[in-house]
Design a protein around this ligand. Structure first.
Ligand code: MN3
Length: 263
């Protein structure tokens, strides 16, 4: 057998293994769904966006909404187990805790979370961490969709080109914001009070709507750079996670939020 044949063979074996691994993942994903339905957890395949609801997700509720796709939908860039733990444990925890904080601090949970965030300095640290955590994740899920990402369109595409020169320059600057956020936090694309696009980051579960944030604006695009968002697949390689994540950006959602912000 020539070296080339050996190469072909090992490549075939690798592909076989990869296909098998994908099948195992698919089964795991559907088993998770089955477990979810048995435990009367909200089904995860229901879309958030219905014909009667705004696709821009303005007016975030205190309740965790169903994921707009299956746990497996973002593979291979974000694995199903990471998504399952992230949505069902981490994000579900913020949703539960923000409701506890609201009850303790006499906040009406029928109000929009945005109004609380804008005056978050009036509330407890528990409210700040969990109102932020809940809001950020509800936004984050909608900022992603199954690959491929496509490209920004319409007014957003023009604004990105005008502000950053090109989509590639935008991605590079956004990735730098995400890489350089020390410890846990988020990277953002926002529309500022001056109606201009800006890139920045916040620590922990803070976000640009909060009165306590030094980086302010209306968030269009959010990237979670807490280790829980990537560690199972990427370990310490945050930069690789960020590069992969660009394959998942839901530009239609971002463009709809931009148009809303510019009205
Ligand atoms: Mn998270």
């Amino acid at each position: 057998m020539s070296a080339q044949d050996v190469n072909k063979n090992s490549r075939r074996n690798f592909i076989g293994t990869a296909v098998k691994a994908a099948m195992v993942t698919a089964v795991t994903g559907s088993q998770l769904n089955a477990i979810a339905s048995k435990e009367k957890v909200t089904p995860i395949l229901n879309p958030i966006v219905t014909p009667n609801s705004s696709p821009v997700l303005v007016g975030t509720s205190f309740t965790q909404l169903p994921l707009p796709y299956a746990y497996t939908a973002l593979e291979p860039f974000i694995d199903a187990l990471t998504m399952e733990i992230h949505y069902n444990k981490h994000a579900a925890g913020y949703a539960k805790n923000v409701q506890e904080a609201a009850a303790a601090e006499n906040v009406n949970t029928n109000s929009n979370l945005e109004t609380i965030l804008q005056k978050i300095s009036s509330y407890s640290a528990k409210m700040r961490n969990n109102a932020g955590g809940h809001y950020n994740h509800e936004l984050f899920w909608n900022c992603m969709k199954a690959a491929p990402a496509g490209v920004p369109t319409g007014m957003l595409a023009t604004a990105i080109n005008n502000s950053f020169g090109s989509l590639e320059t935008f991605k590079s600057q956004f990735a730098d914001a995400a890489k350089n956020r020390f410890g846990s936090g988020w990277a953002w694309l926002v529309v500022g009070a001056d109606k201009k696009l800006a890139i920045g980051s916040t620590a922990n579960q803070d976000n640009p709507l909060m009165d306590v944030s030094t980086f302010k604006g209306f968030p269009l695009l959010a990237l979670d750079v807490w280790e829980h968002a990537y560690y199972l697949k990427y370990q310490n390689k945050r930069a690789d996670y960020i590069t992969a994540w660009f394959n998942l950006v839901n530009w239609d959602f971002v463009a709809a939020r931009y148009e809303k912000a510019m009205q």
